[in-house]
Design a protein around this ligand. Sequence first.
Ligand code: GRF
Length: 249
Amino acid sequence: MVGCRASGQKRLAGKAAIVSASHGAAQAPAYTPGRCQPTTAMKRIVILISGRGSNMEALHQRCAEQGWPAQVVAVIANRPQAGGLAWAAERGIAAQCVDHKAYPEREAFDAALAAAIDAHAPDLVVLAGFMRVLGADFVRRYEGRLLNIHPSLLPAFPGLHTHRRALEAGCKAVGATVHFVTPELDHGPIVMQSVVPVLPGDDEHRLAARVLATEHVIYPLAVRWFVEGKLRVENGLVIQTDGASQVLM
Ligand code: GRF
């Protein structure tokens, strides 16, 4: 639920190598480029953001390009100035702000947010740079259909300033984690991780940019697995039912 203000684009995407058992075009449903495939099994995705929304963009674009059986039906921000809201609205996605500042109590904010989300009847709620801590009741309401991306190799470095803390700790590799959300902050069954080497001369901004590029690869893939029904949680561990490997370097 927390993250950094990275500004890099897809610098690393070309170097990313995900070993995935079966995501060939032959298995993807037919689709019209630029639109998600409208089927009765269409999963409804609501994305929560707080800022620029580059992960939101990556998710929406990959959904359209790859013809997932899903549609981003709404983008909701907790800050009126979140840049991603305009991006979503320009693409015809319902874009709404539930301003946390209007709610002095966290419970009241959580309830208003849940009402806004539920109006879209989502199958999946995706936290994409959503920078508010959510209460246990909220999290339980969406249990099993609430995903987050966090810019560290969880369980290392939950919370803020992950890249700075990793550099201070002398880490030689960092990364990002997609996980199901549980009431414990930045904790929960891990769906996928990316691994990024720390290079000589890295500062937290360079590192954040390289990690962000990998976020744009792993988050869409994890969400695709979810909407295709390929994820199962057993004893707190995520099983990818294709047996797909998840290596990203
Ligand atoms: C990302 O680094 C994400 O991991 C973290 O916040 C950042 C959000 O970036 N939770 P963006 O808004 O998706 O561009």
